[in-house]
Design a protein around this ligand. Sequence first.
Ligand SMILES: [Mn+2]
Length: 364
Amino acid sequence: MKMTFRHYGNDDPIKLKYIKQIPGVTGVMCMMNEFEAGEIWDKETFQKYVNEVHAAGLECEIIESINVHEDIKMGLPTRDKYIENYKQSLRNVAECGVKTVIYNFMPVFDWVKTELKHGLPDGSNTLAFDQKMVEGLTPRDMVDGILKGAGDFQLPGWEPERLELLEEVLEKYKDIDEKKLRENYKYFLEAIIPICEDLGIKMAVHPDDPAWPIFDIPRITSTVEDLEKIVNLVDSPSNTLCLCTGSLGSRKENDIPAILYDFAKRGKIGAVHARNIKFTGDRKFYEAAHKSDYGSLDMYEIMKSLKDAGFDGYIRPDHGRMIWGEEGRAGYGLYDRALGVTYLNGLLEAIEKDEDRYDSKKKY
Ligand SMILES: [Mn+2]
């Protein structure tokens, strides 16, 4: 398992050398804001960044994400042009050493939260979601509310060029149900997966966040049945999942350790985002500290299931709270995520050593 840390490329106030100082981190999961959805990831620009990552003593083998253009999701005639661009981006990043690409196939919105600075009793703040706060709002109200809370930081998946066309895009989705969206998804995967196989790249799709439809827009990455359908759309070692525990786990019936074990065992997990969330009501939760008893997910079981399934891919802590007075991009401060790394690595060391100890019957 390779422990990594999300980095926003040239746009990130968190320096690569600080990431290198977190014990046990071997590389970054990088997100580049330079490239809009549908645009080719320019090799020279990306290679320059990769060189900086290497100079900091870190690896850059996984990126999140090469965004999928809305026309591909909607199945418009223009999609073929964007799919060709996508293929070229894959070739370019592969030449720079990328082995896994996280992406999502969520219409219109990436992740959705109703509060970016939800205060916790210890004085920290975190991202939170409450379905009741979304009901009665128009999509535009919700977007404006979230962007206001984001301050100067652009949120991933909330690119201004996408949001400008919000109403227009929503209108077009009125004729697209889950079945149609899945057909469009299959068309995309059938086009790119053979290229990925040649390049030795794994595609890893991120689940819906939260894992149910918002504003009646179809969502097809929310349940275990959805995930099964996805890995069967194109059966290939390059067609995998990025299992984000906090996103998929927002749907209470999703048994995350069982899902992780099952898909990892079959080689269908390309990456893991490890995040804990705390339920505070029906379809209401906040993103908690990683430690199991601070949230509703059992992080020990999550790490154990990965270890037992022989998962050897990339993992990172996910969103952190804002602690110690830090101000930054919502969910992506340095301190709490660094604590998350250390906690996850601690769990892993204990799990691994416990197995050795059991095998050798060693006491002290
Ligand atoms: Mn995630």
